[in-house]
Design a protein. Sequence first.
Length: 271
Amino acid sequence: MTNFTFLQSFDTDIQSSLLNQLRDIWIYSSTALEGNTLTLEETRYIIEEKLTIGGKSIEDHLEVLGHAQAIKILYQLVEKEIAEQDLCDLHTVLLPKFISENHKPQGNWKNVSDGTYATDSNGQQVYINYALPEDIPELIKEWLAELKTISTHSLTMHEAIAAYCQLHMGFVHIHPFWDGNGRLARLLSNIPLLKSGFPPLVISKSDRKEYIQLLANYQIDTGMITTHTGVWPETKSHGEFENFCMKEYEATLNLVEQAEAQQHQRASTEN
């Protein structure tokens, strides 16, 4: 049983139930944000029963199973200092193996330049350039150094969510892998929360449009990052994204409150 602080007031079975609920919602939401078609109940069924759902793609199944394994690994990584190889190992676990190609390496940094179209505050289409392949090693070192610095302190919930936002924004703006960067950001950025004794933050599928737009707004305002700009140019703020993430965190807190009510009811019955 994972020994996180937020679990310690619960009996073992309630701990397990809460962790499974968080896992299922985390996997369902994060994969759905990237286009996975499995429902929450189908996601839970695949993880628990290791069986397939008729009419759903093999890729959808593998994404769910890979994400479940990545969460297990992440929980172990909370106890150590994370290195570049850990990021690459998580990337390998997250992505279905059959989609690996030479220009789409698994477990290694991207080898071609990339970017995406987005809409700015004036309703105009703009192209967002992600970091160049040659800049990734240095930018990832800076990102990991910041994660290490943040992780040396015990944070309040608000501080931990602010750290989540900073790490999330930084990672997706570097965009170190050819794919899977959002899923990895939503995993790794939870480390400050978990280390400080809080449950993970999950971005809801239903808020996908707002989530994507907030990321785009920040990246457009910041511009392309390089080894000269660093991961987080000082003039840019994560304020809007922090407010969004605070709202998203309410769903996690509600699950914890339900577990607390269950534990309280049990204690009242036993007494």
